[in-house]
Design a protein around this ligand. Structure first.
Ligand code: KG4
Ligand code: ZN
Length: 354
């Protein structure tokens, strides 16, 4: 390859294996998703009520080759049509990350293609540029199973942490509440379904951090309060009461997210100007009632509201291919000696974020 094609003509193969989804995608610089295959391991982990890292890594290993073949077939292309290979290289469950990153490196080596080691969080952070072509800078609320962060996305590779959780991630709280209510795994969608028939005002629950300065989150007290309401309930197995508890929990989470995001908007707008976009990303951003509350907040604050389709919010490889494509188009490359990172904060200036 002598002259490099324009960004819109690029095509990148992406691989995602950092948690319990084995995913491969092929994405174009014109923002077309040519292939996007996701194999969920839900059934493998269901008996354990959560993700078992060893099982996840073995399942990635068993299925990744076949999924890569399927993605190429879906897109109607071969390795020769692809300009680079991008793979999640952290943060996440290291066994799975190693499987995806090593496979990506092997393809890059065998086909003489550039390799991009992508930060999974950067994949979530840039999804809105793939789905909606959002311009920098924007304010990002990243809510997933492992993270709950507010970030100023000022440019490619330029991320500033405005707030983070001081204990549990929001998805983790959904998963734990689902477990308490015997709703099974994965918890978020199950709690959302249960909440649909419940009354969000029925059960009094705390809103940790609400009204406090800064934009940090806390969910562990809310989770404990749910447990206490359950053990104090007269009839904890009544389905209607359980629906009320799920709905009340979801409403409390929404209030916390809205309060903290409103604080971050003030800081963000002071620095970057008013009227920019509020973007949500990560698995929890698939929740319709949270999306509705946050979109109301964006409208009230005069911000544009961007929420990628739920399938692009939960883990997928299109976001990894896209983040790789953005970095490749900016002239960046990673060596085949890149060491995968179980912890890898997006804002490298902030200690403790992962
Ligand atoms: O981004 P993601 O797919 O994986 C991580 O990188 O963590 O997020 C998974 C998290 C899980 O905690 C899951 O329960 C939660 O996202 N989640 C939801 C919903 N769908 C997935 N939480 C609330 N409502 C949903 N509809
Ligand atoms: Zn994720």
């Amino acid at each position: 390859m002598t002259s490099s094609p324009a960004k819109r003509d690029l095509m990148v193969l992406g691989i995602e294996t950092s948690c319990d989804e084995t995913a491969v995608a092929i994405v174009g610089g014109d923002r077309r998703v040519h292939a996007n295959v996701v194999l969920s391991q839900i059934a493998d982990h269901q008996p354990y009520g959560g993700v078992v890292p060893e099982i996840a890594a073995r399942a990635h290993l068993a299925h990744l080759d076949g999924l890569i073949r399927r993605a190429l077939t879906d897109a109607g292309v071969g390795f020769d049509d692809v300009h680079a290979v991008a793979a999640t290289a952290g943060p996440g469950l290291i066994g799975g990350v190693l499987v995806g990153a090593m496979t990506g490196k092997a393809i890059a080596l065998a086909r003489d293609l550039p390799f991009l080691a992508v930060n999974h969080l950067e994949g979530h952070a840039l999804t809105a540029r793939l789905s909606d072509d959002v311009a920098y800078p924007y304010l990002l609320l990243l809510v997933s199973g492992g993270h709950c962060q507010l970030l100023a996305v000022a440019g490619l590779g330029d991320y500033r942490l405005l707030g983070t959780t001081i204990d549990d991630a929001v998805g983790e709280a959904f998963d734990k509440v689902a477990k308490m209510l015997d709703l099974g795994y994965p918890g978020g969608p199950a709690v959302e379904r249960a909440a649909a028939t419940g009354d969000p005002l029925a059960i009094d629950l705390p809103r940790p951090m609400r009204g406090r300065p800064g934009a940090d989150f806390s969910f562990s007290g809310l989770k404990t309060a749910v447990r206490q309401r359950l053990s104090a309930a007269e009839n904890p197995h009544d389905p209607a009461w359980r629906a009320d508890l799920a709905a009340s929990f979801q409403a409390a989470v929404a209030d916390c997210l809205v309060d903290r995001t409103a604080r971050a908007i003030t800081r963000f707008s002071a620095e970057y100007g008013a009227g920019k976009a509020l973007v949500v990303a990560g698995g929890v951003a698939a929740n319709a009632s949270l999306r509705a509350r946050l979109s109301d907040l964006a409208a009230a604050e005069g911000m544009a509201w961007v929420a990628p389709a739920p399938a692009l919010c939960t883990d997928n490889a299109a976001m990894i291919a896209w983040a790789g494509l953005e970095r490749f188009a900016a002239g960046q490359r990673d060596g085949l000696d890149f060491a995968p990172r179980p912890r890898w904060p997006l804002d490298m200036t902030s200690a403790g974020a992962s």
